[in-house]
Design a protein around this ligand. Sequence first.
Ligand SMILES: O=C(O)CCC(=O)C(=O)O
Ligand SMILES: [Fe+2]
Length: 315
Amino acid sequence: MGSETTLRLPIINFSDVGHLKPSTSQWDLVKSQVHKALEDYGCFEALFDKVPLDLRKAIFAALEELFNLPLQTKLRNVSRKPYHGYVGQYPTVPLYESMGIDDANISQKVESLTNILWPEGNPSFSKTVQSFSEQVSELDRIIRRMILESLGVEKYLDEHMNSTNYLLRVMKYKEPQTKEAKLGLNSHTDKNIVTILYQNQVEGLEVQTKDGAWFTVKPSPESFIVMIGDSLLAWANGRLHSPYHRVMMTGNEARYSTGLFSVPKGSYIIKAPEELVDEEHPLLFKPFDHVEFLKYYYTEEGQRDEAALKTYCGV
Ligand SMILES: O=C(O)CCC(=O)C(=O)O
Ligand SMILES: [Fe+2]
């Protein structure tokens, strides 16, 4: 499907965030870059210096410690919601393992999961995960505000922000020890609102353009990859793109990555605002509950379905 290209994602600068305030000319400039990137690619590279260097290093040390736990211990992280707990040991993606940390910006929630994994406690792990998630969530809120403003529907900002919580999913992709690329994670679109990815120095993330070409994302150590999920695509009535992406691994080094996912809360009904529906833009998706959609997506049929959102609630 498509060929490899040497494309580079748009790079948008969110550093000096203290000065990046709504209604300033700098804000409006960054907002127009965000809107264009999300229409064209559904993702971009964000420079964001709010997360200090020592915390960026600490998060990968914490991930190594976490994935080094025995499998039996990692399996204790179970969740009622699909794909929110421990995921791994899949024959189709043998290099891949991940852990979901729900409400990762809330100390108490992170501490209770930490205590399940380390009954003797591990305060430095929970502190690192919580601080990292809190700092990155600030970028999520800036971007979502910019998106709503650029769609002209900022009056829904409070409702929109209150309708989600933050899941930090952390990933390890084992080194395949080959020069030939091996599948790390299947091609998919994210199902949530906004995803913010961060990775160690090992590349592997590939994004597909609207016309079907795959390219490798090569973020600098300072940058985060921001991506739109299907729930925001539906809410925006198709005005933004949610890109297919996958992970391909080569070489002798493990890849660690983190994804901060803003996820619609269960029983909140996602429905495009009336301002985004008109003759030129007929309603594309019926109102839906994200958790119910996930239940369909994780069925055997849903996993094979390349257009799961459309099948589930397309008009
Ligand atoms: O590891 C990555 O960079 C991508 C992970 C991803 O796409 C996901 O967890 O949805
Ligand atoms: Fe993804």
